[in-house]
Design a protein around this ligand. Structure first.
Ligand code: SF4
Ligand code: F3S
Length: 104
């Protein structure tokens, strides 16, 4: 599976949802997640993210995020069309330690 990681928080560009063939993205207040059981591992979303927030679970940086994605994919609504990103998304791109800003 692929998962969305910390770099999405407060960036939430949503380019990813437009390309997913199985529509397995779910939307929270300031980040998206992928449902790990629905993702078919096609990889097309990974290069679409301007924040480089999407990683395969084989990447060590993704390990801690698989259960986070599963948990919130079950709680949040599905999203298939790109909305308006936060106005300050570019300012948060690449910033470290954004987990403190995560809104469940
Ligand atoms: Fe969707 Fe493919 Fe990305 Fe999985 S890897 S979330 S199936 S676009
Ligand atoms: Fe997040 Fe990147 Fe999608 S910032 S919403 S994973 S395009």
């Amino acid at each position: 599976t692929y998962v969305v990681t910390e770099a999405c928080i407060r960036c939430k560009y949503m380019d990813c949802v437009e390309v997913c063939p199985v529509d397995c993205f779910y939307v929270g207040e300031n980040m998206l997640v992928i449902h790990p059981d629905e993702c078919i591992d096609c990889g097309v979303c990974e290069p679409e993210c301007p924040a480089e927030a999407i990683l395969p679970d084989s990447d060590e940086r993704a390990a801690a995020w698989v259960e986070h994605n599963r948990k919130f994919a079950q709680a949040w609504p599905n999203i298939t069309r790109k909305g308006t990103p936060p106005p300050d998304a570019d300012e948060w791109k690449g910033k470290p330690d954004k987990m403190q800003f995560f809104s469940p």
